[in-house]
Design a protein around this ligand. Sequence first.
Ligand SMILES: [Zn+2]
Length: 302
Amino acid sequence: MLCALLFLLLWIAAAWSAEPLYVVTTSTDLRSLVQVVGGERVQVESLAPPLHDPHALEVKTSQLSKIKRASLLVRVGLDHEPWLGRALRTLGDRRFVKDSPNYLDTSKGIQLLQAETPRIKADKGAHVHSFGNTHYWLDPENSKPITAVILEAVARLAPEERRYFEANRKRFLDQLDERLKLWLRAMVRLKGARVVTVHETWPYFAQRFGLVIVGVVEPTPGIPPSPSYLVSIIQQMRASGIRLLIAEPYSNASVVRQIAAQSGATAITLIPSVAGDPAASDYLSLFDLNIKRLSSAAGTAR
Ligand SMILES: [Zn+2]
């Protein structure tokens, strides 16, 4: 009996003193979701900073060495990270391919929006949503399938920790469900509000919270609008009384100001990724902040 107890204690000590799994993600949102599932058993870093135009990231040598060191690479997938393919080709590391235990594309299991929208094919590595809209983490409900595949991936690499990972995920989902009720309640008065967004970042968020996106400033995601397109979107906004224009922190500020001034809409900056603002330090607080900003903009945009 004593022997069995001693063995159990040694086993627990060995399991907990093991090196944490080193995970790299392509976004801070996935970093946050890997962290909630992996807890102390993972060390996780994002290759991309929170505020960057996904079209325009240049991979540095320091990031290549992080990928090389990683036991698991977690990505948004589709054509969200055109830079990642280049990085993986440079590395020539054969572990990061579909169905490898070291590679996870979290878009599997997601009901994609705009998958049928005809798009030009991604050329020159542009991020143009060719296969559907890639900003799916912005529907909080999608964190359920995302964390489900993360759980399977980390448990495959550290099977002895499966129960720990499962408990972590459950705790997160309980918190998420509680917060979702609050967010939906806060968004009731914006239900059906028609908005224009700069980039097509927000369709998942809009669908969950009842906003109606009637136009986008970038007619093709990631490609700046022509002057004549700008004139037409401003006219459309004036004609249909659009009161809210949703921008990102890296949107072209002068274009946003110009559209707001000429259309009469209130411009609001929402944060598209975790850590894009000090108040959005994790996945749940990202929504807390964006819902708060929308609620106060709704007060002024009447
Ligand atoms: Zn995009």
